[in-house]
Design a protein around this ligand. Sequence first.
Ligand code: GLN
Length: 497
Amino acid sequence: MADLTRLTAAETAELIASGGVTAVEVTEAHLARIDAVDEKVHAFLYVDREGALAKAREVDEKRARGERLGPLAGVPVAVKDLFTTEGVTTTVGSKILEGWVPQYDATVVRKLKEADLVILGKTNMDEFAMGSSTENSAYGPTGNPWDLTRVPGGSGGGSSAAITAYEAPLAIGTDTGGSIRQPAAVTGTVGVKPTYGGVSRYGMVAFSSSLDQGGPCARTVLDAALLHSVIAGHDEMDSTSIDQPVPDVVAAARNGDVKGLRVGVVKEFRGEGYQAGVLQRVDETVELLRELGAEVVEVSCPSFTKALAAYYLIAPSECSSNLARFDAMRYGLRVGDDGTRSAEEVTALTREAGFGDEVKRRVMLGTYALSSGYYDAYYGSAQKVRTLITRDFERAFGEVDVLVSPTTPTTAFPIGERADDPMAMYLADLCTIPSNLAGNAAMSVPCGLAPEDGLPVGLQIIAPAMADDRLYRVGAALEAAHQARWGHPLLEEAPSL
Ligand code: GLN
């Protein structure tokens, strides 16, 4: 039998449904792959072998009884360790939650289970999703399967590395400023930040509540769409969840077509700091869109140049408030509780020991930006910039159906290169942040390998809120055209494993 780990999620589901293979066989193949490569990749923080096999057996029994199976039944999925999983540890990449076992499932996890997907385990991430390289994980970095000495992006580097290394066909990520799209770009995979409110945040450990959004990671556009449609939808447990029908992303992914589509190229996202090979591949892909029948124009969004500065006030402000709950009394780690210290002292010692440098930096920045006397100057100004960015999008979407840009200015950088330089690290999300601030939908799709280093480049596609289907329509058209050129959805096999 062909290697089951190389199939797409759609192919796997079909094979299981038709009885060509059992869900247990599929799960065992992926667990064996994890055993073979994860020591090198370190995509997983926890592998739930028993839970995965039990679920796979359940799917096989359902099929044997003739019950109807969902479109992804029996397909393995890896979940970023930021979603609560009942009975399974959830660390958020932090020492402060080491050993914490939640008593409930996040809505996304509940939906995965109800749709009969097989959860393989929890993936590595930058602590509290703060970072662009997965080096801020308290449990050590993840390697990029294209070159293990390079980062897989972040914060969701574990999820993207897992699908790139064929440890899972699907993964779940979260995107506050780019943490699904940027890892997708640098691993040559597909990553989608749905419209804010499109996927429930219930059970996602909060970083910046007005920006955080869960979404799908996959090796193909159709697989991402299938996963998107499983996890999306209104949830009364999340007050920001949108009470509207989910856009038909699966139909869009099956009907990739850009004829007559108006595409705007964001003028501001090029120039200094952008790798030549990244711009070359993006330009070629824009040309390809033209050849496929799209009308391409240049669009200016001047406020996007201020997005990074606004984000690094808003996100830390919200994080300083959200992370106040880690007080050593309710969850996880407790340091210095020897009967001689006050509760305040135990809280301080625990936060000192349990949080890493980047988390502390953000909590301090946020506390400062929110303090009286500075609030208007920092947080207030940042919120005004946020409004300007939203208006830039509104104006742009008056002229075009989608916007495109590089997903990230460079390809995967070496592990260690930016670890001590927060500003250099923050620049990785230059192009992805505006969509978080405005709450609209965006995707990264592979668009080739940069000539100078042979590493994957991602094209970002941006759509208005609740027009997520447009991302899939464009993504699928490009994927089909690229596949005709490269012969493989992942460009080619990541070479280092
Ligand atoms: N890299 C950005 C940050 O460090 C975005 C993170 C994210 O999307 N979770 O905040």
